[in-house]
Design a protein around this ligand. Sequence first.
Ligand SMILES: [Zn+2]
Length: 333
Amino acid sequence: MSPTAARPAPYPARVLGIDVGGTSMKAAFRSVHADGLLGAAEHPARRPTPSGAETADALGAFAAELIAAHGPVDAVGIGAPGIVDDVAGVAEYSVAPAWADVPLRALVAERLGGTPVALGHDVRLGGLAEGRLGAAAGSRDYLFVALGTGVGGMLCLDGVPRLGPHHRAGEIGHVVIDPGGEPCGCGQRGCLENFASATGIAHRHGAGATAHEVARLAAEGDPRAGEVWSQAVEALAVALVGAITLLDLDVIVVGGGVAKAGEQLLGPLRAAVGARLSFQRPPRIVQAALGDEAAVAGAALIALDLLPSPGVPPVAHTAAPMAARTESKDLIS
Ligand SMILES: [Zn+2]
């Protein structure tokens, strides 16, 4: 066998994806078929996320218990919130769970006796899954925007999900819309997140209404709710037009809890973006397809990326996992 000859791929195989959220950890197994494609989610499980320093231990224990109950896996992928160094495998900073500089990948791999583990940022994993399995499948140049408690994003250009040299690419929630606006948790003022996150929409409306309730009131013709909803749409349009102008995008996928409003959000958003464009070509603006399961699916994908492709020699699993495979043919079979 020459050094360049293909090694046999270890398929069929099996991976485990886990998404660590602020309140719960969600997991699912997936089979990897002989052609290297992922099967459907199996044995979905959920457990409360403990706070602070206990989280890493609890995550390792959760993974070990699932594997003991449902059988071994060839690789594990983990999604984490906040600032995540996917390449180093370190969860750098997060408010919920509250942690700083936790070497999560190494801790979980040690707990699992050396099973390969990949770590990624939860929103970037959601965007990866939408690109390979969901609403942006087939696109090489797309932006995923998650409108949840905060606003996160993931950018894929020329088929490659972008981390950036400091693993902070895609943070569209902290693009400044109003330089004189309210302070943002990031230290700037008037960020998109203040206008278009679920928290921001609820705060701007006041009176104890949630973003979901603001959407319902706006649909019923309530003037105050309608104004807050329109401001969210306009702020989002400003940020997206900036991204379109800079990057020339094919698809923009809008996900997160606020996007569950569907066409009540997307209809006015397409119109607001269209009204601002001149020479730029409008991308398709679509709702996310994978919903709350996107990050768990993305975690399974970065675990899959640790395995050698069929007919391709394996890469070291310390390499940037999100850049390893970007073919859009990796559809759920
Ligand atoms: Zn900000």
